[in-house]
Design a protein around this ligand. Sequence first.
Ligand code: GLA
Length: 386
Amino acid sequence: MTQEAFHARFGPGPIWLSRAPGRVNLIGEHTDYNGGYVLPMAIDREIRMEFRPNEGGRVELYSIDLDESHGFDLNNLDKKAAPEWAHYIMGVVHVLQAEGHTLTGMEATIHGTIPMGAGLSSSAALEVATAMSFNHACDLKINRVKMAELCQRAENEFVGVNCGIMDQFASLLCRKDHALLIDCTTLDFELAPLDSGKVRIMVCNTMVKHALIDSPYNQRRQTCAKAFHILCQHLTDMTPKSYRDIPIAALKSQIHNLDDPMDRRARHVVTENERVRHMVRALERNDFITAGALMDASHESLRTDYEVSCEELDIMVECAREHHGAFGARMTGGGFGGCVVALVNPEAAEGFCDHVASAYQARTGIEPTIFEFHPAEGATVEKVTS
Ligand code: GLA
């Protein structure tokens, strides 16, 4: 269907398809920009970009979902003249060119199945699909880890959102039937098994996104950086590269040097890193009771110490946990709205959805969306043969 849309718009001929999935983070929240551990999985919802390189210096885009087009010259990236969705694509073009790569023009159509505004990384997926397309079209030979860094830079420098690297990295490097442990200091990564015969991943959208004045995300980043600096001055017998080098006992011994809320923010980050490590081990032995308990503890830490939850997320977590099939549940993503992720016993998955939907609606008056996602493969690019 999307190929036909491409041909109807840009004429017949061979085309290529890049697809990049969204992600849900199982545990390790607000740790990526603190150089810590995260454990996302790619979801079976994606951005699809059909493309065809051309000899000219122009990029012509068409969003199938919005029925909107935008074109720009490679040597004139005018952000103000572009609709917001095109910023992510232009951002990647900007960063690739800043890295010294020579790009060719292209025509591209874009279509997405990732729920928008739910914190499931549709924007990171759009950046990744763009990077995959140019990497292929211009034979840039950029490896996936580097590509994740470039996509993050596109978002930080061009789009103007100060995110960490988790979303782009997950979209590029996740594998089917697995979660991905990422060390955000070294960018080393390893897979953790997630067998859908044994456990299901349910994602419950609160349908709210609280708009907040003076971005708490950036505030949290700054507070954590400051707390880390102070901790380093007192942890004289070690030289931590980031929070993930600080054991809980070491933090405890020096936490009195941090004023509130710095002490609580640092405590969240240090304990969350520890929870991620435990979670990987729990998944390796299919111990979902422990994995669920770690997710519950993560939510509690995000709610009280990091203060990035909200009433609707807390209610959704309660609705999820009270169902007998749930091993555990927590908010996922940046917070202040968006989704809750739950680990659920496969036999109880259907009943879980019904219960959570009605219980949440009864308590909030809001009709939620509940998704079951399967751990999916990271981004791919292929020639479309039709
Ligand atoms: C957003 C950012 C990520 C990460 C999470 C919090 O999703 O894009 O980089 O910081 O928040 O874990």
